[in-house]
Write a protein that binds this ligand. Structure first.
Ligand code: TV1
Ligand code: CA
Ligand code: ZN
Length: 393
């Protein structure tokens, strides 16, 4: 019998701003904010809100955004005219300077609202963690890991993850950032490149000049100077097409298990970009909902306060499946969750296969060729373990 109950002595909070989901990047743009609506429809249909504290979050203020971003960038973001309006020469210059207005980071209607809502959602989650009011705080509207201090990049304008980690650093000594989006978490890595209070670890498809953003090689482990505290505190796990659940779980557990031992984080910030799933419009991996979720389950076992962010994810029905399942893992009802998607789920017509855990064959027809050899994965783990010998806390 499936009956969701609140976990005892354990609080999970769910942070979302429904206004954020109504924004549009443009007809053909892969980033679809309504995937958050689809996610919530599954979370609701399975009855999960009964087991969590649910918050409708406010937008982040200008001052809050300024804890990471430059004022001139924020000012332009707040006033930039949407693309379909006439522009002056100056604004074209600023768009080049801030990387705004291209096809990846378009200037759409309500852009500043969208960005400050995403930031507000992650900051609200961070506040529940630092006040000890939540054990796990979930912000699916965040996870926009490419944004820089003064620059938009890869569909990201405001780095909500950096804002949330900065908030945690005011109350906790060390934060471990983990990134399972198929893209390299370059913006978060760069923001904390020179500190030993944040360790970043990104798993991603790596093929410079072919796959965005092209950074995050195995040897990129932080400043090379020994006198820089950030040395050895950036961990990168570069992967090839077609990695499977089994391989990914082995890598994740070998690497994150070791990092947890040596770095002893006080908080975990986990970016759960769902573009690492099989069948993603932009992704290249063969991960299933179960394998993606196994990363969340493994982190939960450490019993360390955790913020869970969204991120990429370009096949909305699969994004919703993964994030709903991961919400159930946070609550602890994942082993009881029925595979059959409830009949009353709004938007149910989007779930072509009416199950939470479709098979690889259902998702892809023919799975993508796996280009990750066992030998290469062993070398990666060995390299990471060698890096971690320099880390002591
Ligand atoms: C408009 C319309 C924009 C169709 C962008 C795929 C589009 C892409 C589009 C696209 C697309 C990228 C680059 C090349 C950099 C450019 C949220 C030199 C079918 C976290 C961001 C990927 C991923 C950016 C974000 C990448 C995240 N890939 N169709 N754009 N230039 N940009 O390669 O990590 O998931 O693809
Ligand atoms: Ca990643
Ligand atoms: Zn991505």
């Amino acid at each position: 019998d499936y009956n969701i109950v609140r976990p005892k002595g354990y609080t999970v909070s769910f942070h979302a701003n429904p206004e954020m989901e109504k924004h549009h990047f443009g007809q053909t743009h892969p980033m679809k904010p309504w995937r958050l609506t689809l996610t919530k429809s599954l979370v609701f249909a399975y009855g999960m809100p009964f087991a969590m504290d649910n918050f409708v979050t406010r937008a982040a203020t200008y001052e809050e955004l300024k804890s990471f971003h430059a004022a001139d960038y924020l000012d332009y973001l707040a006033t930039a005219p949407p693309e379909d309006q006439p522009q002056d020469i100056d604004s074209a210059d600023r768009e080049i300077k801030f990387n705004l207005g291209g096809s990846d980071c378009p200037l759409f209607h309500g852009l500043y609202d969208y960005c400050s809502m995403s930031g507000g959602t992650s900051l609200d989650a961070a506040r529940k963690i630092v006040n000890r009011q939540s054990d796990i705080a979930i912000a699916w509207g965040g996870g926009l890991h490419h944004a820089k201090r003064s620059e938009a990049s890869g569909f990201c304008y405001i780095n909500d993850i950096v804002l949330a980690i900065l908030q945690c650093l005011r109350h906790f000594p060390r934060v471990l950032y983990i990134d399972i989006d198929v893209h390299h978490g370059d913006g978060v890595e760069e923001a904390f490149f020179s500190t030993d209070r944040v360790m970043t670890c990104s798993f991603h498809k790596y093929q410079p000049d072919v796959f965005f953003p092209g950074t995050g090689g195995l040897d990129d482990n932080g400043p090379k100077s020994e006198h820089n505290p950030g040395a050895h505190h950036s961990i990168n796990v570069p992967l090839n097409d077609g990695i499977t659940d089994e391989q990914y779980a082995w890598l994740f557990e070998s690497i994150i298990g070791k990092i947890n031992q040596v770095f002893r984080p006080s908080v975990i910030a986990l970016q759960c970009g769902a573009d690492s799933l099989a069948g993603d419009r932009l992704g290249r991996f063969n991960l299933q909902v179960q394998g993606h979720g196994a990363c969340v389950a493994f982190c939960k076992k450490f019993n360390i306060p955790m913020i869970i962010f969204g991120g990429g994810g370009y096949t909305p029905r699969n994004v919703a499946r993964a994030w709903a399942y991961e919400t159930s893992i946070a609550i602890g009802c994942d082993t009881k969750i029925p595979d059959q998607i409830p009949a009353h789920t709004p938007w149910r017509e989007h779930f072509v296969h009416d199950t939470l855990f479709p098979t690889l064959e259902q998702i892809l027809g023919e799975p993508r060729a796996n280009r990750n050899s066992a030998k290469r994965l062993q070398d990666i783990v060995q390299h990471v373990h060698e890096q971690l010998r320099f880390v002591e806390h």
